[in-house]
Design a protein around this ligand. Structure first.
Ligand SMILES: *Cc1c(COP(=O)(O)O)cnc(C)c1O
Length: 224
């Protein structure tokens, strides 16, 4: 069996085991294959294995790669989004994981209104307070979501996203995932049901799933 297929099968098995531990066996967990630095040929192969969700963090890099890829694929924007790239991202991506400021919400709202669509987003939270990472603080998140719901009708917030620090032992970042889940449960705002939790990468996805992730973003464990 090919390496990509083997990696995929192993990841699915590990997700399913972690799901059993979480006690939420019925919930679907979306595997988002992160394809930064990966060529279209490999993406095509991944799609042929049945992977539907793909993630990228650079618009310029992904747009040319998308040519010739199957139409049914769903693209997730997972990187820092500059306001001037919103117009390129909206038509191609089905979910933006990285809403982190009002100026960006304003631009997404404006462009979405123009295109007569409502854009699905996740709010990025910097739970670990890493200086090198984008995202709102845990304390700011509720007020931010209230504001977006109130002011920007062409945006729909589906949940929260976080990036945990890289650590050797993934158990160390369990409290971060738990905090994101608790935050999503604590925020009760009509018009923003926070049902999606995008958390977990190659190094820590099992712990994230145990803590309630609904989407895991996996690059290197799949495409190595
Ligand atoms: C690169 C990236 C990933 C995937 O990372 P791996 O460790 O390769 O699985 C996930 N999320 C974000 C935001 C990324 O930039």
């Amino acid at each position: 069996m090919e390496l990509l297929n083997q990696n995929y099968m192993k990841i699915i098995e590990r997700i399913n085991k972690a799901k059993e531990k979480s006690g939420k066996q019925k919930d679907e967990i979306k595997l988002i294959a992160v394809t930064k630095g990966i060529r279209s040929k490999a993406i095509k192969k991944a799609a042929s294995l049945g992977i539907v969700h793909f993630g990228e963090n650079r618009v310029q890099e992904v747009l040319p790669k998308m040519e010739g890829l199957p139409e049914h694929l769903k693209w997730h924007f997972i990187g820092h989004l500059q306001s001037n790239k919103v117009k390129d991202v909206l038509p191609r991506f089905s979910l933006i994981h990285s809403l982190d400021r009002i100026s960006l919400a304003k631009e997404i709202n404006k462009r979405s209104e123009k295109e007569n669509r409502v854009t699905d987003v996740l709010v990025q939270v910097n739970v670990a307070k890493e200086k090198s990472k984008f995202g709102l603080s845990v304390q700011e998140t509720e007020g931010f979501i209230e504001k977006v719901v109130e002011k920007f009708p062409y945006i729909k917030i589906l949940g929260l996203m976080t990036i945990a620090p890289y650590v050797e032992d993934a158990q160390e970042v369990r409290p971060i995932f738990r905090e994101l889940r608790n935050l999503a449960q604590e925020i009760v705002i009509p018009g923003a049901e926070l049902t999606e939790l995008s958390m977990g990468m190659s190094n820590d996805f099992e712990v994230a799933v145990e803590e309630g992730a609904t989407m895991v973003r996996i690059g290197s464990a799949l495409f190595r």
